[in-house]
Design a protein around this ligand. Structure first.
Ligand SMILES: [Zn+2]
Length: 445
């Protein structure tokens, strides 16, 4: 049977459009609570950011926790600089969907850039970072260290959006650190007894990734685990907290301790619950962020129901491009997994960083990323033939003799990295993080 659909009045269409737009924009409610023991926890709450400066219809929010160690300067530095460094790695003038696609790689670049800048200050402290960007129903989390972010969704399913970069718990990271020249072992007390968690030496850090820790060794890398998910429009609750919470409470316990309560009260309850079970042993900081359908005052309490694994397949794959090979649908209910990548090797994050470089390669950018979604007229930020470092965003002219794959110039001894353009400084950092000797240029311009 074939017939034309009935005509719909324009007013009805506009009304639908408006409702869809509203439904697409959840309300964000948040609360924060903390108790200090050492005073090394910092947090960042920026609910009113804009993708396009001074355009209020392009909002996004940022929530972050920085748990410092061996001092507070790295935590403060990251708090003050990381957001700008991430944003500066996103091409200008792109639409929302492209912005969200560019975000994971911009987070990697921003973390590395912040680490390099902090190193240049010559200070020795370090910090974990759990950095959450919320745009509509899409949540993107980048983290180094062990400050977790969990997601409590409708149906009572709790999932972890971060990976703990703790040597004690993470065999893959132990192998990486060892392969890059670090030693992993416990503290030796007199008598030869080993005590405490696994640490890496020199330095004795329990974490395998952080920003800062200049004195510990380059194998403690600032390359974040990044995960991007899209919530259903039923919404969800994020609990972002330092290890003072997670050493006391499991993800489920934290989520359950505050369900059905407004975010401000929830954050206080989670801290209280952690103290009740463990006492104040460490800095304890908690952010609770509710992503709520626009017409609901609070996140409705969610009765635990049988998890329907099939429900995760009700959403289509929206961002299926060559960029998101790691993308898979989640098995945790109505959450769509858009992106996840946790490798500590920039070489393996190459694909992500590559997109930043694509600014200079208009044709590839279009072909790879946008043909299917935007056609050929996507706005680009080409910059007059300059090569831009994928990490620090510094522009350099090709005539400086620096190019993407100038292997013999950069790495006389090893295989050239066939990745995006990196300036000399960032390339040194990359090689050092992979346990390679810092490379001295043999030619000067
Ligand atoms: Zn650079």
């Amino acid at each position: 049977m074939k017939s034309n659909p009935p005509l719909v009045p324009l007013g009805t269409l506009l009304g639908r459009e408006l409702r869809t737009e509203k439904a697409e924009k959840p309300t964000i409610k948040y609360g924060q609570a903390a108790l200090a023991k050492k005073g090394e926890d910092y947090f960042l709450i920026k609910p009113d950011c804009q993708r396009i400066p001074s355009n209020p219809s392009t909002p996004f929010s940022v929530f972050a926790i920085f748990d410092g160690h061996n001092g507070i300067s790295a935590a403060i530095f990251a708090k003050e600089n990381l957001l700008n460094n991430v944003l500066s790695a996103i091409p200008q003038g792109i639409g929302r969907e492209e912005w969200l696609q560019a975000l994971p790689r911009a987070l990697v670049a921003g973390f590395v850039k912040t680490d390099i800048e902090f190193q240049q200050k010559g200070e020795t402290s370090g910090t974990t970072v759990t950095f959450v960007v919320i745009d509509g129903w899409t949540v993107t989390v980048a983290s180094v260290g062990d400050s977790r972010c969990i997601l409590d969704t409708q149906g009572g399913v709790v999932s972890l959006l971060t990976i703990d970069h703790r040597l004690e718990d993470n065999a893959e990271e132990r192998e990486r650190v060892t392969a890059s020249g670090g030693e992993v072992g416990r503290l030796n007390v007199f008598g030869g007894n080993e005590v405490g968690p696994l640490r890496c030496w020199p330095g004795g850090l329990c974490l395998s990734r952080s920003i800062g820790d200049t004195d510990v060794g380059e194998f403690i890398v600032p390359i974040p685990h990044v995960k991007q998910v899209k919530l259903s429009n039923a919404g969800g609750r994020l609990i972002i907290a330092s290890d003072g919470i997670w050493d006391a409470l499991s993800s489920d316990m934290a989520a359950q301790s505050c369900r059905g309560l407004p975010a401000e009260i929830a954050a206080k309850l989670v801290v209280k619950e952690a103290l009740r079970s463990r006492g104040l042993k460490d800095d304890t900081t908690c952010l609770v962020v509710d992503i709520i359908p626009f017409d609901q005052p609070i996140l409705p309490p969610t009765p635990r129901k049988k998890q329907n694994l099939l429900s995760s397949f009700i959403f289509g794959k929206r961002f299926q491009t060559s960029v998101n090979k790691a993308m898979k649908l989640s098995a945790v209910g109505v959450v769509e997994e858009l992106f996840e990548e946790g490798s500590a090797m920039l070489t393996e994050r190459n694909e992500n960083l590559l997109e930043v470089e694509m600014e200079n390669e208009e044709e590839m950018w279009r072909a790879d990323m946008y043909t299917s979604q935007l056609g050929k007229n996507c706005p680009l930020n080409s910059n007059s033939g300059l090569l831009r470092c994928a990490i620090c965003q510094a522009d350099q002219t090709p005539s400086d003799g620096l190019s993407v794959n100038s292997g013999p110039y950069f790495s006389p001894a090893s295989k050239p990295w066939e990745g995006p353009f990196l300036c000399t400084n960032c390339r040194k950092k990359k090689d050092a993080m992979e346990g390679k000797r810092a490379i001295r240029p043999t030619v000067t311009a």
